[in-house]
Design a protein around this ligand. Structure first.
Ligand SMILES: [Fe+2]
Length: 325
């Protein structure tokens, strides 16, 4: 069983639970079930569009931070079979550097995509600001420090779609390999089937089956660095059963990251609490992301876009051959 808390009654113990476990399921928050349901409806409608229509929204020039992204099947970090995403990038435009971030595209084929997405984004963002405020109060003298890092940032609300797996991958592979998230926090808002598992502090995989209305918070690597290891990035994975792979799967997640120029050097009070020395080097959030991805982001995204073009060309050839027969 995963730890579960009602946020209204446990504001004080919340950070302690996060610190001990690296994750917690929350209820009693203000994220509206209807907002999640409506977002799910968008996902179902959008991902059902033809590949060539979806591909219009994959812009390699925006680093795939906003809009459509498709990852082909293979032994990659994310999934053993094809998966596709839509990212809604943090919509605030506060600083004079806002223009450096890509603008969110909005698919004209789906009604109310923008309003529905931004409604859920703002509710999830409000919860994350509150959570980071509690965490910040334990690490600095300023409860607004961590929440202030995510305004105008690369935080993204992501809808993920795993189509039914092809028979060859069904038996032996995970849908999402074990990994920790690069972000500060990850907020799992729900999905259409089970399979998410979290590695607990004792080294056991725990199924993260959320009760109705619960959302799951997990600590990521950027928070681990800022807190000098007080909050640990929690490993997780997505498992599949022979039945579950035959169905498509959706999941909805807010990835919470600071602005790219923010230093991830451990905070002074965190070093005092978990020192005596800094356990992590000083690196900016943007540099760290590039380092973790390994490849340059530009090359990575250009490769994914080329794979998508190939897939479209392949399906068109197939279609032409079938029509000719
Ligand atoms: Fe993850």
């Amino acid at each position: 069983m995963i730890s579960s808390l009602d946020i209204r009654a446990n504001r004080e113990s919340l950070t302690e639970t996060l610190r001990t476990h690296g994750y917690v399921a929350l209820r009693g928050h203000d994220i509206d079930k209807t907002a999640i349901r409506n977002f799910q409806q968008l996902a179902e409608n959008f991902f059902a569009l033809p590949l060539s229509t979806k591909a219009q929204y994959f812009d390699p020039n925006n680093g795939a931070l906003a809009g459509y992204l498709r990852i082909p099947g293979g032994d990659d970090h994310y999934s053993s079979d094809v998966c596709e995403f839509w990212n809604v990038l943090c919509p605030t435009q506060l600083s004079d550097k806002s223009y450096l971030r890509p603008q969110n595209p909005w698919p004209s084929e789906i009604n109310h995509f923008k309003e529905t997405s931004l409604a859920l984004y703002s509710q999830a963002d409000a919860l994350v600001h509150e959570l980071l405020g509690h965490v910040s109060a334990t690490l600095t003298s300023d409860a607004n420090y961590l929440p202030g890092l995510i305004d105008d940032s690369w935080t993204a609300l992501r809808m993920m779609h795993y189509p039914p797996a092809s028979a060859e991958v069904a038996a032996e592979k995970l849908r999402g390999q074990e990994h920790t998230d690069i972000t500060m926090l990850t907020l799992f808002l729900g999905g259409t089937d089970e399979g998410l598992e979290i590695l607990d502090a004792d080294g056991h995989w725990q199924p993260a089956n959320l009760a109705e209305g619960e959302v799951l918070i997990a600590c990521g690597e950027m928070l681990e660095r800022l807190s000098n290891g007080l909050f640990r990035a929690v490993p997780h994975r997505v498992v599949q059963s022979p039945e579950s792979v035959k169905k498509q799967r959706f999941s909805f997640t807010l990835f919470v990251a600071p602005r790219p120029e923010v230093s991830l050097a451990p905070l002074a009070q965190a070093i005092e609490q978990n020192g005596p020395d800094a356990k992590y080097e000083d690196i900016s959030s943007g540099q760290y992301l590039a380092q973790r991805i390994g490849l340059g982001v530009v090359e990575l995204v250009a490769g994914l876009r080329a794979a998508l073009d190939q897939e479209i060309a392949h399906s068109e050839t197939h279609l032409a051959a079938n029509t000719a027969n």
